[in-house]
Design a binder for this molecule. Sequence first.
Ligand SMILES: [Zn+2]
Length: 150
Amino acid sequence: MILRAGLRLVDIHDDVVRTIVRYSRPGENDREAGGILIGSYRGVHIQIVECTTPLFRDRRSRMLFDRRDEGHQRAALERWRSSGRTLTFVGEWHTHPEARPSPSLIDRQTWKRVARKNHAGSTFFLIRGYDSWWAGLGDRNRVVQMAELW
Ligand SMILES: [Zn+2]
């Protein structure tokens, strides 16, 4: 899947898309799921090649996914080391129990915090509903919605 905002592209590997979609089907998402996105910065673009999935210490409810488990960050650090510092944390994803998702107020507040802490580059934010996606690219104080190219 490729998304665009202005001249900037985010390319998400099919495996990652499939993994996230699995968590977003009705029935399977009575509780929200989520994780982080791992990939590389390529100039102004981002390529996403892996993601983490819900872990034991995460808080999951119908309206909230709170990424509490340290395993997500640990996974990013391990990939950073094992890839010769090319793969790193580039963003996060979570599911919504609705067909066409849009970010909640809490999402936007959380994203602002996450984007500010990410000094490596822009941060990519992805929400998966039953049928569609909401994607955004975050810098310091704002998140710009991205359009799906294919
Ligand atoms: Zn949300």
